[in-house]
Design a protein around this ligand. Structure first.
Ligand SMILES: Nc1ncnc2c1ncn2[C@@H]1O[C@H](COP(=O)(O)OP(=O)(O)OP(=O)(O)O)[C@@H](O)[C@H]1O
Length: 336
């Protein structure tokens, strides 16, 4: 079952939070809505959930128009940033809640809850209350509660942002594994690019109420189409053609800019610049940061500061003169 959004718009008074959103989510897709704070991610998720009404546009799920369908009839599972568990109910009661209000028989509810407790790896905690659980465990319960009713679509609004880095990382793997196993289409809001790169089949990169680019994590990293995407996902060096021409002519030759060069910048990732030791080299290492296996250096070259990453073993030090070589195979042009 797939979700199709066309020409969705939403304003709050005179502020346009979503400008013209077109998006399709395939039947097994894990989609991340990624973008900075205020770009409209949560607004879009709430419209899909039915918690907020779009001003214009069409939303179809499995070919059916959702505009007049109340949230409960949509049968979507929703997990918010704050765990929002019912504090006076045990884990078992929380997970079974949706099934109880649908008047499922008690033995079916018990069996389904047990199954989900195993799926989310907290089989022994059924009789605890939310306050007796860690943040990560509470969020597992919230996910199980959303899954209990066999949702047709899962909507996750920054579900991991309240957790510490270690638990967050562990839960990313688990969410991905559960989604792969259940094959339920999933849309997750995040402002964390690492999370989106790790989890998503498709990243929807948003900025100021518009979708800048939709694509696989690899496509967004290796072939960003706009300056915003190149900047927001990973580190990038954005080089004007007038700078590239004298400093790296071979790159221009291999990869000429599209028609009107003045509107474009060459995006070069830090790992695609190699440094050679050269006392007469045109660049100087301004700073070097040790990152374990990698060393990240800031290079001053031709009046610009560039980010370069190399294996720590072949790194240089602050003050070293070097000759940088941009790999001509890897640059891509982005709209300035
Ligand atoms: N009910 C509302 N009334 C007025 N403005 C709103 C309302 N809800 C959201 N906005 C505005 O719409 C814009 C988009 O908000 P939204 O919550 O969708 O952003 P977001 O991308 O999810 O950001 P964050 O990552 O901070 O949650 C923001 O500028 C916000 O201030």
């Amino acid at each position: 079952m797939s979700l199709e959004l066309s020409h969705v718009r939403k304003s709050f008074d005179s502020f346009q939070a979503l400008k013209d959103i077109n998006l399709s989510v395939g039947p097994h897709d894990f989609v991340c809505l990624l973008g900075p704070s205020g770009c409209g991610k949560t607004t879009l998720l709430r419209i899909i959930a039915g918690l907020l009404q779009a001003d214009e546009g069409e939303i179809l799920f499995a070919g059916q128009d959702l505009s007049q369908m109340p949230p409960r009839s949509r049968n979507f599972g929703i997990v918010f940033q704050s765990y929002s568990l019912f504090p006076n109910m045990t884990v078992r009661e929380n997970i079974g809640y949706g099934l109880r209000i649908r008047r499922e028989p008690a033995d079916r509810i018990a069996a389904r809850v047990d199954e989900l407790l195993h799926l989310i790896r907290i089989p022994d905690m059924a009789e605890r209350f939310p306050w007796q659980l860690s943040g990560g465990q509470q969020q597992r319960v919230a996910i199980a509660r959303a899954l209990a009713v066999n949702p047709r679509l899962i909507l996750l609004d920054e579900p991991l942002s309240a957790l510490d880095a270690r638990v967050r990382n562990e839960m990313r793997h688990e969410i991905r594994e559960v989604q792969r196993r259940l094959k339920i289409p999933t849309i997750m809001v995040t402002h964390d690019q690492e999370e989106a790169l790790m989890l998503a089949d498709t990243i929807v990169c948003m900025n100021n109420g518009v979708i800048e680019q939709v694509g696989s994590p690899q496509a967004l990293y290796h072939a960003p189409k706009t300056r915003f995407v190149a900047d927001f996902i990973g580190l990038s060096n954005l080089l004007p053609p007038d700078w590239v021409r004298p400093h790296a002519p071979e790159v221009l030759e291999a990869n000429p800019p599209p028609a009107d060069a003045s509107d474009w910048l060459l995006c070069v990732r830090p790992e695609h610049i190699r440094l050679e030791a050269d006392a007469d080299g045109p660049a100087i290492v301004r700073s070097a940061t040790f990152l374990g296996n990698l060393c990240r250096m800031t290079l001053h070259w031709g009046g610009m500061d560039l980010q370069v990453e190399q294996h720590a073993a072949s790194a240089y030090h602050e003050g070293d003169r070097v000759r940088p070589v941009i790999n001509p195979a890897h640059g891509c042009w982005v709209a300035a």
